[in-house]
Design a protein around this ligand. Structure first.
Ligand SMILES: [Zn+2]
Length: 207
């Protein structure tokens, strides 16, 4: 079996194939992706065939057998008529603007609900700053306002990073396996008040 075929079967990257290959570099394994043909899609949902420009990007993906793994692909920009500016197209394997793949971010967010920071940073070999950023991104992306509708039992965690100088407040829903429903920088009462504001009085009465 060709190496590219093997990587296609192992990684199963949505919307892309690995036609040429795979490079083993001192930083880790770099897998070159080719997008399946199609329109350029703005993160807002607007689509076009017209390309503004293109460049090569890399995303950190989950490690493969102890090696760091990077996905690399040509990414195009488009002039979005709805956003009225030039934006980078959306790719299926990563959230807009992210430096890590969706899978990597989801694993980080999942672990952040269940374990301590040393475990995450050691296991995934990422900085705690990256973990904090990823958790905030995943929470913002996955959860629309409906996530606050059925809250009954919640837990609030304060996670510190930068040697205890920065804090992240994380609210988890205990009736849904500890799913993170909200997160924000900071850890004083004003942060939680912002959460309660978003939840609203009606929903708050059920907590
Ligand atoms: Zn747009």
């Amino acid at each position: 079996m060709r190496a590219a075929t093997a990587f296609n079967r192992i990684l199963r990257i949505p919307g892309a194939t690995i036609p040429f290959g795979v490079a083993f570099t001192p930083k880790g394994i770099v897998v070159g992706l080719r997008r399946r043909r199609g329109k350029l899609r703005c993160p807002c949902g607007w689509q076009t065939r017209a390309r503004y420009d293109r460049s090569v990007r890399r995303w950190r993906h989950l490690d493969l057998g102890g090696s760091r793994l990077w996905l690399q692909a040509d990414v195009r920009r488009l002039e979005c008529r709805r956003c009225r500016r030039v934006r980078t197209e959306e790719v299926p394997w990563a959230r807009p603007g992210a430096r890590h793949t969706r899978d990597f971010q989801d694993v980080v967010a999942w672990l952040a609900q269940r374990t301590d920071k040393t475990t995450i940073t050691t296991l995934l070999r990422v900085s705690w700053e990256a973990v904090a950023r990823i958790v905030a991104t995943v929470v913002a992306d996955q959860l629309d306002d409906a996530r606050l509708d059925d809250l009954y039992r919640i837990g609030v965690d304060e996670v510190s990073y930068r040697k205890g100088h920065r804090y992240l407040t994380v609210v988890a829903d205990h009736d849904r396996d500890g799913a993170v429903v909200w997160a924000a920088q900071g850890h004083d009462h004003t942060v939680l008040e912002r959460f309660y504001d978003e939840v609203g009085d009606q929903r708050l009465a059920r907590l």
